[in-house]
Design a protein around this ligand. Sequence first.
Ligand code: SF4
Length: 90
Amino acid sequence: MNQPWRAKAACNGLDPTIFYPQSDDEEEARKAKSVCAVCPVQNDCLEYALGFREKEGIWGGATERERRRIIRQRRRAAYAAAAAAGRRSA
Ligand code: SF4
């Protein structure tokens, strides 16, 4: 494991099951999200999960559905930036 940020994780020592709710329901995710909200490595955790396409659980304060949305938004932004750059160079 080469993720030094994990040593600072607010969830260290907590029951991991709260980060793996049965559904993507906001109510079920609330407890985990409240821990993530004060976690000093929230961004590192989220970027890790996005990069590895983690399918399960709450990472960086985001559910799987929310992470998929972030990936879609970033993809659209990258396409838009590439299209704009293409228009500028043409
Ligand atoms: S953001 Fe949440 S899941 Fe990620 S390390 Fe921090 S407390 Fe744990």
